[in-house]
Structures are given as structure tokens and as C-alpha cells.
Design a protein. Structure first.
Length: 116
């Protein structure tokens, strides 16, 4: 089993920055992909950024150049640095991990609100 704890959400003005954290515990050695997803009110959940075990990253077009996903293996934590935030980035952000044998785990979500 893997447990995920997200933190770092909040209210920020347009153009501001936030850093989200996703701390994993449990059998973290079986994780091969960690991703951040978001779901705005009335919308479907969408991928924001992913990072695989080898370090390759992928981003949604809407956040390229503004968001950066990274990880600290010693802390079993994945971060999402979000810069130049826009009102359309407002959503609940979720951390997701994919493990071997097809297991998938989601965090509880953290609210990000971009508003003046």
C-alpha cells in the first residue's frame, strides 16, 4: 500500500506562485509514475504533469513553461512548482501514483484558487 499526503494549496493572486507537495509513504519502491492532476468545478479531471521513475517529465500544454514537476527521492516527495498562475488554474489538485501490477493511488486533493 501507498499513502499520499498533499499540501501547499491556497489562495494566490494572478501572476503569483505556489508549490504543491505530495509525500508518499508505504511501499514507495513500487511507484513508477507520479503525477499531478486537477479538476475545476464542472470539468473533468485532467493531467497537469507527470514524472516517471527514470526522471522523464510530461506536461499539459496549458502549463508548459509555467509549472515544473520535480521529486526528492530521499523524502519520497514530488513537488509541483507553479509560477505565473492564472485564474484558469483554479482547481482541486490531486497527486496520483501508479505502481507495479497496475495499482493506482490518489491523494485527497488540495485547493488552489487564483483570484485577485
Amino acid at each position: 500500500q501507498v499513502q499520499l499526503v498533499e499540501s501547499g494549496g491556497g489562495l494566490v493572486q494572478p501572476g503569483g506562485s505556489l508549490r504543491l507537495s505530495c509525500a508518499a509513504s508505504g511501499v514507495v519502491s513500487t511507484i513508477y509514475t507520479t503525477g499531478w492532476y486537477r479538476q475545476a468545478a464542472g470539468n473533468q479531471r485532467e493531467m497537469v504533469a507527470t514524472i516517471i521513475r527514470g526522471g522523464k517529465t510530461d506536461y499539459a500544454d496549458s502549463v508548459k513553461g509555467r509549472f515544473t514537476i520535480s521529486r526528492d527521492n530521499a523524502k519520497s516527495t514530488v513537488y509541483l512548482q507553479m509560477n505565473s498562475l492564472k485564474p484558469e488554474d483554479t482547481a482541486v489538485y490531486y497527486c496520483k501514483v501508479d505502481r507495479v501490477l497496475g495499482y493506482v493511488h490518489w491523494g485527497q486533493g488540495t485547493q488552489v484558487t487564483v483570484s485577485s
